[in-house]
Design a protein around this ligand. Structure first.
Ligand code: MOS
Length: 709
């Protein structure tokens, strides 16, 4: 065994990326390609009374203009996530109705992007406007429904065990508070873009950032009523996604449909402004948390009620309460989620959907309870640890949450913390220390991989699974290198093409856990096919047989035995803040994260994933918010300058440590994935540190300077 898994390997695609050689979707050049520009609604509710494209049609270079009067043809797909899904159920340009500000109401196609943009602004639209509803506080809520069918019915967010009222009545101490979060935008570095290239109107090649290449392939097949095999989706590189690139948005559907009608390859890039309405967001939430405990700090009740918002054209329920039965043991548990419809674009997955806002509320409430009980917040968490997933009724596999807390406390120096708020000062500023837990489920699905072993000892690994910037190329190469006993440099990895076997979804933190076992399996099979124990033996076989390569394709899926366990990753964040109350200035000055993710695949990439997620969590805590203008209903965010996210100066050195052991009940390598867990609990750690510094409990995100003064 040459022990590659678990070491630090620099990303294989890094050089190509920093030298501009990595080709992103919009960078492909197809002969005869034309350019599209979206026309979007100026109102957020109502209908189009009249739309006049004649000036646009006559503008230089214009090839075609599509509106709801002449929509290009598409068919409604199943809209079932596993099979084929589109983000917005309403097909683009299907009628004159306007459901949200910035909704797509037309597409202009021209020889150049500038010509298409110019013409788009010449389109005259008259609206019949109605007042938009964008204020969640004024909305009526209903019980949330599930989005993904029976197997994921828990996403409704409803769960009850014991009797929550009894728990609260019997408690010596309880806390009840309302925690709020803002609407957030995924904001990937690479904007949404697509090139659609039809071949005789019968088969389609799509260059588009897709976290789920095989899913997109099936969806496009259904959208155009052609066999999935006639669709090829190509996504070798993605510049970040965070949940916003798992299936086609309306702009993609419209682009592919228009390309078929005009019989030219068509490129459509969505502007940052258009992305605020048309490529997803995380709903704002309002969560009521009640915790009840004995005087010694044993939980008797946890109640978590969450409200979130969706769009008139799709149901997406931000599953805030999914974590609640997972974190702490309580004989009485109650969770419920309600939802309302606002005149906003479609909310969707955003890094740790549900867990991010849910852990903000739960982990803030735990801190409030600890202060009220006068117990250390780490001790409170250790006291109420659960060995069982209380909703699934299954024991956790390879759980090392307690180690995360203990190792984190040690690395941070937690024992030196003052036991009162407003008691630590440095450089004339208040200093506060806070901690919070992190968690994310260990997800896994079946995947397939093809391996080719060539005569020169080089090995090629191919799968449709892809790399959204997280390090899949490197992870696949490391796994193959380990299985074959050769160097990572001898492995060539090809990803993100629907012509390759099904490589699963780059979402739900499951790419590594799903794909690595299939890579191992395929590598072992290719040696078996070569009747060899080593790659060099196989090479001699090839020479003797006069063959170019041996090939094997293998599939790995979760086993039946694995259903006896609950798989969950764990962590703890520790944070130091310095606050200048006079000007409301806050600086995060220290950060320690300890994670238990099973076997660490690539130590360097895993630590980077946690650092990136903590950085995004600090944005969630202190900066990120997309507001809607109550008059127009429009998002009051235009670009990455008006949507505030952290820069280097906002982020301290982030100390990341991993604890635990391989989770071998989960898969053959024991890896659970690390993409999302790092963001969970971050906002609560910040809020808890602010309380320790200032004595102020702030329950509304983002925590802005005005709240600190
Ligand atoms: Mo992630 S929100 O599962 O892309």
């Amino acid at each position: 065994m040459n022990q590659v898994v678990g070491t630090s390997v620099t990303r294989k695609d890094g050089f190509a990326k920093v030298t501009g050689q990595a080709t992103y979707s919009a960078e492909h050049a197809i002969p005869e390609m034309v350019h599209g520009y979206l026309v979007t609604s100026a109102i957020a509710n109502g209908r189009i009374q009249a739309i006049n494209p004649s000036a646009a049609k006559q503008a230089p270079g214009v090839q075609a203009v599509f509106t709801h009067h002449n929509p290009p043809q598409v068919y409604q797909p199943d809209n079932n996530f596993i099979n084929s899904k589109i983000y917005e159920s309403r097909l683009p340009l299907s009628d004159d109705k306007i459901h949200y500000g910035g909704q797509i109401i037309g597409l202009v196609v021209a020889e150049t992007w500038e010509q298409a943009r110019e013409a788009a602004h010449l389109i005259q639209v008259e609206y019949e406007a109605e007042p938009p509803l964008v204020d969640a506080k004024e909305a009526n809520y209903e019980p949330a429904t599930s989005m993904f069918g029976e197997e994921m019915v828990f996403r409704k967010g409803e769960f009850a065990t014991g009797d929550i009222k009894t728990g609260i009545n019997e408690a010596a101490v309880s806390v009840e508070a309302v925690y709020e979060t803002a609407t957030e935008l995924q904001s990937p570095m690479e904007p949404h873009a697509i090139i659609a290239h039809w071949h005789d109107g019968e088969s389609l090649t799509v260059y588009e950032p897709s976290q789920y290449v095989k899913g997109s392939q099936r969806t496009y097949g259904q959208l155009f009523n052609i066999p999935a095999e006639n669709v090829r989706v190509i996504t070798p590189y993605i510049g970040g996604a965070f949940g916003s690139k798992t299936c086609p948005w309306s702009h993609s559907i419209l682009c592919a449909a228009a390309a078929r009608e005009i019989q030219r390859p068509l490129k459509l890039v969505v502007t940052r402004r258009q992305m605020t309405a048309n490529t997803g967001h995380r709903s704002e939430t309002e969560q009521t948390l009640q915790l009840a405990a004995t005087a010694e700090g044993t939980l008797l009740g946890i109640s978590h009620y969450a409200k979130s918002c969706t769009s008139p054209v799709e149901v997406f329920n931000e599953p805030c309460t999914s974590v609640t039965p997972v974190m702490y043991a309580s004989p009485n548990l109650f969770t419920q989620q309600d939802i309302t419809v606002l005149n906003v674009g479609v909310p969707t997955f955003m890094r740790a959907p549900g867990e991010t806002p849910g852990m903000w509320a739960l982990e803030s409430a735990m801190d409030e309870l600890a202060w009220k009980l006068n117990i250390d917040p780490i001790e409170l968490r250790l006291k109420n640890e659960t060995t069982e997933h209380q909703r699934k009724g299954l024991p956790f596999s390879a759980k090392h949450f307690a180690d995360c807390l203990k190792v984190g406390a040690e690395r941070f120096g937690w024992q030196n913390r003052s036991l009162q708020p407003r008691a630590q000062y440095r450089e004339g500023k208040l200093v506060g220390w806070g901690m919070a837990a992190a968690t994310f489920p260990g997800n896994r699905i079946g995947t397939s991989v093809t391996v080719q072993l060539c005569g020169d000892g080089k090995v090629k690994v191919m799968t449709s699974g892809n790399d959204i910037g997280t390090g899949s190329y490197t992870m696949v190469a490391m796994t193959a290198a380990e299985a074959l006993g050769i160097s990572v440099d001898h492995i060539q990895v090809e990803l993100g093409d629907s012509n390759f076997p099904n490589g699963g979804v780059a979402g739900g933190s499951m790419m590594t856990a799903s794909l690595a076992p299939a890579v191992t399996e395929a590598c072992q099979q290719v040696l078996e096919n070569a009747k060899s124990r080593t790659v060099s033996e196989a090479c001699s076989q090839l020479q003797q047989l006069g063959q170019d390569y041996f090939e094997a394709t293998a599939t790995a899926s979760p086993s039946e035995e694995s259903k006896q366990w609950a798989f969950q990753s764990w962590g703890a964040h520790f944070c130091e803040v310095m606050v200048d109350e006079e000007i409301g200035q806050l600086q995060i000055t220290r950060w320690v994260s300890v994670m238990n993710i099973g076997q660490v695949m690539n130590a360097k990439a895993a630590a980077s994933q946690v650092r990136g997620a903590v950085t995004m969590g600090i944005g969630d805590a202190l900066m990120e918010a997309c507001h809607f203008d109550p008059e127009t209903g429009y998002p009051v965010v235009y670009d990455l300058a008006t949507y505030h996210i952290p820069v280097n100066a906002d982020i301290p050195r982030i100390d990341v440590t991993f604890v635990g052991e391989p989770d071998l009940n989960f898969n053959s390598l024991g890896v659970r994935g690390v993409g999302e867990i790092g963001i969970t609990g971050v906002a609560a750690a910040v809020g808890n540190a602010i309380y320790h510094a200032t004595g102020k409990r702030i329950r509304q995100l983002p925590i802005t300077p005005d709240q600190l003064m």
